[in-house]
Design a protein around this ligand. Structure first.
Ligand SMILES: [Cu+2]
Length: 187
């Protein structure tokens, strides 16, 4: 049952990536891989996660700005980035783990793109944990800060990733912009 779901998803993805071969993004990707042949695997993986992480950051910055429309835009971009990710480059085990992250993140992104900001923030907790799993699995070439706010998620606390060292809280926005602390720097 589960296996056939995954197989179907993989087939659907292959079809999607075939149909998107014509657009510019895809061509850029081909050039990148050719230019970096010697370090192909890891380098292109990091390159690919960059698109996903940048969309996540755009979504996050929408929450920081209390701007629901910007969050929705970021969520749609995140879906596109996940769809365009070339998962055929991943081997069996990594591929399977990636699919789990992809399915979960995509579901959160869909909810986020159709919700009010309070509910967007609820899904952002789990979306962040998907992005955390993605970074653990495939790495990133970006400098990121893993931040934590003890008051978010009804005082259970919640994490987020940021591209800036200063605390800009996506869970509270203007209400409590500087609540939280950097827990870890990546790169
Ligand atoms: Cu929801």
């Amino acid at each position: 049952m589960r296996k056939s779901t995954i197989t179907f998803a993989i087939l659907a993805m292959s079809f999607l990536s075939l149909t998107s071969c014509k657009d510019n993004k895809k061509e850029e990707h081909h050039t990148t891989v050719e230019n970096n042949k010697s370090i192909e695997t890891t380098h292109s993986e990091n390159k690919e996660t960059t698109q996903i992480i940048e969309a996540y950051l755009q979504l996050k910055n929408g929450l920081v700005a209390d701007d629901k429309e910007a969050v929705t835009k970021g969520a749609n971009q995140l879906n596109t980035a996940f769809t365009e990710f070339d998962m055929k480059q991943l081997d069996g085990n990594t591929h399977e783990k990636y699919m789990k992250i992809y399915n979960s993140a995509k579901e959160h992104a869909v909810h986020i793109s159709t919700s009010e900001i309070a509910h967007q923030r609820e899904h952002f907790i789990d979306l962040t944990s998907d992005i955390s799993d993605l970074i653990a699995l495939l790495g990133t070439s970006k400098t990121l800060y893993q931040d934590f706010c003890p008051m978010a998620n009804e005082f259970k606390g919640a994490y987020w990733f940021s591209e800036v060292k200063d605390i800009k809280n996506p869970y509270f926005g203007a209400k409590m912009m500087t609540c939280g602390a950097v827990k870890k720097q990546i790169n």
